[in-house]
Design a protein around this ligand. Structure first.
Ligand SMILES: C[S@@+](CC[C@H](N)C(=O)[O-])C[C@H]1O[C@@H](n2cnc3c(N)ncnc32)[C@H](O)[C@@H]1O
Length: 201
């Protein structure tokens, strides 16, 4: 697992209301809870800051009127009214509102080096704080992920995408380098498989 290996994931090619997509998004909520993602984000986001979440999925991280979710998928039906939603492609800069904080969760590993370079430039123009939680590319999360998938009866889509995601995940300063951040960043990696990047711009 020395090199990143980026492959298409099944969830990205299923209609948002497909039963396996619905089940897989439920599984993602379990994974996020196990990884402690919300707690890590909430500790770092200043109260009241305007936040843009890239690839917001089912919107389960979105909190209140200061949040905007951006995703190819339509606005989730159970998203709180107060949250804003942009349905569109992240690679279209006109879809990005100007905010204080940009968040990406289990999203950036989908992209190759050229795409991440474009994204880094766009992030630098758009916010003062960038927070990312991605899969850690390591054999340990492969094993703990398989155990969790068995215990929680994950969908075959989640099983497939989880292994692909870990192989496409990050280590060390890889994500900061790919985004073009040379300083002002901190990386942490957890035993359960979260790779976290915090960048002050
Ligand atoms: C693995 S899901 C993660 C969702 C969410 N962040 C979470 O943690 O549950 C990846 C999401 O990225 C979205 N996505 C993929 N490519 C995109 C793009 N180019 N622009 C916007 N959203 C995209 C997909 O629609 C999907 O909802």
């Amino acid at each position: 697992m020395n090199e990143r290996f980026v492959e298409p994931e099944q969830l990205d090619h299923l209609p948002a209301d497909h039963p396996e997509a619905v089940r897989s998004r439920r599984d993602l909520r379990i994974i996020n809870a196990m990884l402690g993602t919300r707690r890590w984000l909430e500790k770092r986001i200043p109260v009241g800051a305007a936040v843009l979440e890239l690839g917001a999925g089912d919107g389960s991280m979105c909190r209140g009127s200061s949040w905007t979710g951006l995703d190819l998928a339509p606005r989730p039906i159970d998203l709180p009214q107060a949250c804003s939603w942009v349905q569109g492609d992240m690679f279209d800069a006109s879809n990005w509102p100007k905010v204080g904080v940009i968040v990406a969760n289990l999203f950036l590993h989908h992209f190759n080096e050229d795409q991440l370079q474009w994204l880094g430039q766009q992030i630098r123009r758009s916010c003062g704080l960038f927070l990312a939680c991605e899969p850690r590319r390591h054999p340990l999360p492969m094993a703990s992920g398989a155990l969790l998938a068995t215990l929680c009866d994950f969908s075959p889509v989640t099983w497939n995408d989880m292994m692909i995601s870990i192989r496409a995940g990050f280590r060390g300063a890889e994500l900061a380098d790919a985004l073009g951040f040379n300083s002002g960043f901190r990386v942490s990696e957890t035993l359960l498989g979260s790779y976290r990047l915090e960048v002050h711009l």
